[in-house]
Design a protein around this ligand. Structure first.
Ligand code: NAP
Length: 296
């Protein structure tokens, strides 16, 4: 395999997923005279969040999904935000609701997520949906980033059964649901979940067939922490200063790509790896939400 064949092209795979979604949306529009609808709620003015929200709204338009962007000032109280969600919960044009994370510190994010109608919880963060995920019930929503990783593996024909997968990071949005999906029946990996209190992480990663890095630390995973032939999935998106560039920053993953790529059998780049998949799977969940609404 030459070097470019090692790269798992998230942009291309996401484009394939998006093409499928656009076809599903077109079929829904034809059959029901309606469109799946997504509401994206942004509280405050976090620059990265603004970029994510704009990308989601733009992708909706490209795929024929109706969207509403609701931007609230950073002083918005939790009660005010809950009122906005209560209205969206009963809005028939809206099938999926997403509150962009992080919310300002005075707001309890999990309380907000749990106020979303679980049948509209396209991020799959609601306690009911997380519970179903752990029970192995994948008939509803799946969490966008870990589901995107699973799709990258599947569509790149990378087997997980019987493999030792090491996940670095135990967040509710990436690490923990990633553990659930990789260890589920059908995926059948043996999973080790590492975090900031894990001593000697390299002792685990050096034994891994598959490493998912979701740490939030630029270039955390170094070449000497990886065995030859391992598959590397880099979830990290970190802004590091880049004076003299137009934006003043560049995006760097949690993997030291130049050191790790020569040893890896397959690897995702940043950008252009997991990132595009997250939004692609959000769109898929919005279509699922439309079908769920039909059942009620
Ligand atoms: P997070 O909530 O900050 O969690 C980071 C995890 O890494 C925590 O479990 C933390 O351990 C662990 N960690 C931190 N420092 C560590 C260290 N020195 N050694 C070992 N473990 C350490 O982050 P997240 O939301 O999961 O996001 C992780 C990264 O993925 C970020 O760069 C984020 O921007 C990116 N991300 C990308 C996408 C995408 O679409 N590609 C989606 C979501 C997130 P403790 O639990 O012990 O604190």
């Amino acid at each position: 395999m030459n070097f470019s064949e090692k790269i798992i092209d998230g942009k291309k795979i996401a484009a394939d997923v998006n093409r499928e979604t656009a076809m599903e949306v077109a079929a829904i529009t034809k059959d029901f005279g309606a469109r799946p609808g997504l509401a994206v709620v942004l509280v405050g003015d976090n620059p990265a969040s603004k970029v994510y929200v704009s990308s989601k709204v733009k992708r909706c338009a490209e795929l024929g999904i109706y969207s509403e962007k609701i931007v609230l000032p950073k002083e918005t109280s939790q009660a005010e935000l809950l009122q906005v969600i209560a209205k969206l919960n009963v809005n028939p044009l809206i099938h999926g609701i997403l509150v962009q994370s992080p919310v300002p510190k005075h707001i309890d994010e999990q309380a907000v997520v749990n106020a979303i109608n679980p049948d509209k919880d396209v991020d799959c963060f609601h306690a009911r949906n997380v519970g179903r995920l752990l029970l192995g019930d994948f008939s509803g929503f799946l969490p966008c980033t870990p589901w995107g990783v699973m799709q990258l593996l599947k569509r790149s024909e990378i087997p997980t059964a019987g493999k030792h997968a090491v996940i670095i990071g135990r967040s509710n949005i990436v690490g923990k649901p990633m553990m659930a999906l990789l260890s589920a029946k059908g995926a059948d990996a043996t999973v080790t979940l590492c975090h900031s209190r894990t001593p000697d992480i390299a002792a685990f990663t050096r034994n891994a067939d598959l490493i998912v890095a979701a740490v939030g630390k630029p270039e955390f995973l170094r070449g000497n922490m990886v065995k030859d032939g391992a598959v590397i999935i880099d979830v990290g998106i970190n802004r590091v200063e880049a004076p003299g560039t137009e934006k003043g920053y560049r995006l760097v993953g949690d993997v030291a790509f130049d050191e790790v790529a020569p040893k890896a059998s397959r690897i995702t780049p940043v950008p252009g790896g997991v990132g595009p998949m997250t939004i692609a799977m959000l769109m898929k969940n919005t279509v699922r939400a439309f079908h769920l609404a039909l059942k009620h």
